[in-house]
Design a protein around this ligand. Structure first.
Ligand code: SAH
Length: 221
């Protein structure tokens, strides 16, 4: 069985956006986001033996006990960032590199942190082979962020955090947006959108219940 192509994937994302609109406040996603989802080859980011499911609207295993997120969730989180082409973003949880590649289509520069070295190396290699030259991947603990390139216009966390890492709030630019699933690892988490206003004041909004792999605490801290 083959589960379609990126165009069919977009239709499913569009219908799920409408179904969840009452919760998310978004009936549809920015056409730039949808274009990025159409043009990044998701099948390149999943292991060969499950490639036939690459365009199904579900998460998939990518090895090391980790998953590539569901396309609808990638679209929603990317849309919530409200990116502009001139921006610099930070991603926590590179995983397969798929979300980083989507962001690379939308902004000037993407920095992505991954705690499992083998995944970081594999994702960086794939992203380079696909021709993106504006993504930098590093092994590290996302709880600490990536201070060298801060502040960021937007930060996206693609693993579930038990709390809001203070370093990430610090590394967010005034006017910036942070999208993060927060909650207990064994349960559904709440996807949150935090906005830092120009005076540095943070407001938070709960968007949707989601399930992510946990953000691990590490000895790197
Ligand atoms: N964005 C990814 C999917 C992420 S899965 C994609 O598009 O494929 C979550 C990833 O977060 C996993 O690869 C996991 O190893 C990583 N992760 C978990 N805890 C982390 C931490 N503390 N810092 C950085 N990455 C972490």
């Amino acid at each position: 069985m083959h589960t379609g192509n990126s165009r069919q994937m977009l239709h499913v994302i569009e219908s799920e956006a409408r179904l969840t609109a009452a919760l998310t406040g978004r009936w549809s996603f920015d056409p730039r986001v949808m274009h990025a989802l159409e043009s990044v080859p998701r099948d390149a980011f999943v292991p060969p033996q499950i490639r036939e499911f690459a365009f199904a609207n579900g998460p998939l295993p990518i090895g090391q006990g980790q998953t590539i997120s569901q396309p609808y969730i990638v679209a929603l989180m990317t849309d919530l960032l409200e990116t502009q082409p001139s921006q610099t973003l930070l991603e926590i949880g590179t995983g397969s590199g798929y979300q980083a590649a989507i962001l690379a289509q939308l902004v000037r520069q993407v920095y992505s942190l991954e705690i499992i070295p083998a995944l970081a190396i594999q994702a960086a290699d794939l992203i380079t082979r696909l021709g993106y030259d504006n993504v930098e991947v590093r092994t590290g603990d996302g709880h600490l962020g990536w201070p060298e390139h801060a502040p960021y216009d937007g930060i996206i966390v693609t693993a579930a955090a038990t709390h809001l890492p203070p370093a990430l709030l610090e590394q967010l630019k005034p006017g910036g947006r942070l999208v993060i699933p927060v909650g207990k690892p064994s349960m559904a988490q709440q996807l949150k959108l935090l906005e830092k206003d120009l005076k540095g004041k943070i407001t938070a909004r709960k968007v949707l219940d989601v399930v992510f792999v946990p953000m691990t605490e590490s000895g790197l801290r």
